[in-house]
Ligand binder design. Sequence first.
Ligand SMILES: *[C@@H]1O[C@H](CO)[C@@H](O)[C@H](O)[C@H]1NC(C)=O
Ligand SMILES: *[C@@H]1O[C@H](CO)[C@@H](O)[C@H](O)[C@H]1NC(C)=O
Ligand SMILES: *[C@@H]1O[C@H](CO)[C@@H](O)[C@H](O)[C@H]1NC(C)=O
Ligand SMILES: *[C@@H]1O[C@H](CO)[C@@H](O)[C@H](O)[C@H]1NC(C)=O
Length: 292
Amino acid sequence: MSPLSAISNVFYDASVMTWDVLLTMANLVRFSRPVGKVTPEGHPGYGGYWPEYKPPQEGDSRCSCPALNAMANHGIISRSGRGIKFSELNHQIRTTYNFGASFCSFVPHYAARMLNKSYNKDTFDLEELDLHNGIEHDASLTRIDSALEPNQSVRHIPYIEELLACASGQDAEGKKLLTIKDMSKILGKRRAEARANNKDFTLSLFHKVFGSANSSTMLTIFGGRLDDLRTVLLEERLPEGWESRVRKPYGLTMLTFNWTVLPVEFGIRESDWAPDAKQKAKAVQGSENGEA
Ligand SMILES: *[C@@H]1O[C@H](CO)[C@@H](O)[C@H](O)[C@H]1NC(C)=O
Ligand SMILES: *[C@@H]1O[C@H](CO)[C@@H](O)[C@H](O)[C@H]1NC(C)=O
Ligand SMILES: *[C@@H]1O[C@H](CO)[C@@H](O)[C@H](O)[C@H]1NC(C)=O
Ligand SMILES: *[C@@H]1O[C@H](CO)[C@@H](O)[C@H](O)[C@H]1NC(C)=O
């Protein structure tokens, strides 16, 4: 990296964080958008009408992130999942999911840096985001670790079913909800199992928090609602009539997101699961060696 781009990155980071704080404060003093009016007029999904869903075709590019794959499956970004501009991703994530503008700017800038690409000039294919220990990391809630399944667009249905099955909350109508506690519990279990079963397992503190962050989008953007999450995670499709559960006028900011992400991460007790996971690994090894 040239000294000039290093300086411009520092300047960018400082300004995006300041912007995030300002948006967070603006959210405090303005009314939330009314239910049914979260997706802005003139954008895909306005009024709950999402563009036609088509599962990926042979040769299309998909990645480990269900939310981005869903955008490609609805044609909100290119259906092929190829040749996507970083700036386009920024704008479409904002209107589709109602993340804050600062957040939506930060993530594609981060991805461009990770891929040594220019945010303004270059494009990417969804699968490029799966660079191991860039954004993609072990102990996923929806994918087998990349050492064991290099194709990270492949959903692991048993993990997704287990995640959905651990929901312990309820909304006013008695519908099931995933809670912060549920999320900490299942993340701890995944980490312990991945550590025991994948000899190449790695998970830095940065990727732990990153994993808690993408899991927390299920609690914020999707409000923890099981019926919606089932569709998004299993089919990578946005339910008809769906809109983001974040109704703040300036969207979900990074600062506000901390109020969910940090309790999820601090609530994780990987050691609660460790003995169980080790026994399971032993059993797998035993059966591979032909033992009963
Ligand atoms: C980006 O550049 C760095 C430093 O030159 C290099 O170590 C890294 O492997 C590159 N990443 C990719 C995805 O090309
Ligand atoms: C978070 O998202 C990345 C990229 O899609 C994925 O590799 C990672 O496993 C996810 N983390 C969890 C805990 O699901
Ligand atoms: C990865 O998996 C997806 C979904 O199962 C499949 O459509 C795609 O062809 C696979 N890609 C590669 C490179 O094997
Ligand atoms: C927490 O907030 C800070 C300040 O805005 C931000 O830099 C950081 O990315 C946030 N962390 C998470 C996990 O959202």
